[in-house]
Design a protein around this ligand. Sequence first.
Ligand SMILES: N[C@@H](CCC(=O)N[C@@H](CS)C(=O)NCC(=O)O)C(=O)O
Length: 207
Amino acid sequence: MPDLKIYGIAKSRAVRNLWMAEELGLAYDHVKVGWADGGSKKPEYLKINPNGTVPAIEDGGLRLFESLAINLYLAKKHGRGLYPATLEDEARAWQWTLWGATELEKPMVTYGLNTWMLPAEKRDAKAAADALKALERPLGVLNGAVAATPYLLGAAFTVADLNVAGICFAAWMNKFDLGRWPNARGWLDRCMARPAAAKARVLREAA
Ligand SMILES: N[C@@H](CCC(=O)N[C@@H](CS)C(=O)NCC(=O)O)C(=O)O
């Protein structure tokens, strides 16, 4: 039995961790805990993630929540080029990860909820328009960051790219128009074209 257990259906932020596990070629058990069905609020799962949200992992004796922290941990533990080799690049990977969580994710989720996730009658057009406006600044920053290099830290794809692209995963699948940010569009297409991202997509589509 593999040491690593990834909790959370692929139609959740767990897709980020499934993508990372596939990148690293890890053996893992995928425990398909849902959230809309109340699965993530069950007492046995709350012992693993007291937030009652997915994803979470167990890896040997370690229990960890927060999808992006899980990816930093897995990338650092298993290496294979996805975790930066220098202190400075490690700091930049943390920067992009925290930036994704604090600057990009909220407007991205609000836009997605009110554009493709909620049933049509529950969508709020103003919330979607406001979220799109709020996305202009972070998407402009992202566009600038990949103007001169193919990936956020330079020539190679790293956990920084996976974490930020993971935040854009559903947007990419739902054909979010990045036309105003062509460098960001090219970068996201490159990230999503990776075989491990394609495997995560298949898992998400099947969920
Ligand atoms: N910051 C957390 C967010 C986790 C989260 O909110 N997950 C959603 C599914 S994508 C969830 O479980 N929602 C249920 C709830 O909020 O009760 C992470 O990145 O892991």
